[in-house]
Design a binder for this molecule. Sequence first.
Ligand code: NAD
Length: 429
Amino acid sequence: MNIAILGAGYVGLTAAAVFARIGHAVWLVDTSEEKIEKLLSGEIHFFEPRLAEIVKQAVEKGRLIPTTAYEKSVRKVRAILICVGTPPRPNGTADLSQVFSAAAELSKHIKRYTIIVIKSTVPIGTAEKVKKIIQKRVPKRLFDIASCPEFLREGSAVQDTLHPDRIIIGTDSRHAQKILLELHKKLSGERVFTDLRTAELIKYASNAFLATKISFINEIANLCEVVKANVDDVALGMGLDPRIGKAFLRAGIGYGGSCFPKDTRALNRVSIAHRYHFRLLKTVIEVNREQRKNFLKKLAPVLGKLKGKRIGVLGLAFKNNTDDVRESAAIEIIRELIKKGAKITAFDPKAGKNAKTALADLKITEKPEEVARDADGILILTEWSVFQKINWPYMKKKMRSPIIIDGRNLLDPKRMRALGFIYHSMGRP
Ligand code: NAD
């Protein structure tokens, strides 16, 4: 099937590469010339495991055509997938300007029946607004609207897109439903057919629920510290119950990234706009904010006054296996430490460059071992598994004081203490 994808970010580029791989002919449109030029030369502008390789193959085979030109790309396709950004406004509502401008632009070029699919995460009622924008130029009979939200996780985006758990098809049109089934035919996952508004809410509800699990286990971790219990064992004991499940029960410094913080706040704003008081969600957001502060509170009793202290940081990305630092807890914590006068040296396997744009003066090292040099303490802020394999006895020799505060419960407390470290983590005795 000939399709066009608007937006070559994490979602759009991954969807484009995967749809090309399963046999569709894909136009990939982005307004950024820089990103498109990079794609044309066989490179991608962010780190995502396996993605660069399948993008390159698809571009070489001519199955994926990156472009900035709307006209030639959207004119002859059967479906147009909107995958542009929906960043948060300062008040928490979703900024839909990219979605609305993509809709206005594509509407100039539709000359035959096309399905417009919204994959971006958007507030309930957005698809109807997009429909109105397109209707200004395109007769009703020439298009249908659908909402197929995306659930990929950065760090495993290719795998998640090739093997989704479910594919949500929200549309009022039977014809559109049939074509979208055909588009997704070679992908796994249960199909859920519903209306536009429900499809939009499924995405927000899913992210809000996962954020709730994280805030819940963080509250349990805080309680563990008071009652002297071990959150890892609590999470294991809970997670083995299939009604609960093990995923997202890892205590730490809270969720970050470009989705959970933004989507929980946006859902809260949607609720407020409809005069619904979503108490649980508000608390989830608050607990997450507090958890970063709880981590910071752990530092002073162990490290003393932070002014002038040399602190090594391992991890800058909002999670492992990505270079994304959007709303990263690590960045926020480092910002606070710098404000308090601490001298930070940081390492991340992939996110160093992006962290530099968020914190221009941050000293970033090429190797994890370098953060240990004369350090008064080391903080672990992202759960990269490579940090478990570091030569910790060597690190200890390089440090001024052998203090580790592990915000991700990544290392084994017994082992670290046996190596002579003063080791603290989240909710573990
Ligand atoms: P992104 O910021 O990485 O990419 C968006 C892209 O859209 C950019 O490359 C930008 O240049 C381009 N763009 C902006 N306006 C455009 C226009 N008018 N026409 C064509 N291109 C345009 O965003 P992302 O992380 O890929 O997220 C996209 C959407 O998917 C968001 O709504 C997000 O919430 C949702 N989502 C993201 C993830 C994730 O893990 N990143 C997962 C699921 C859903």
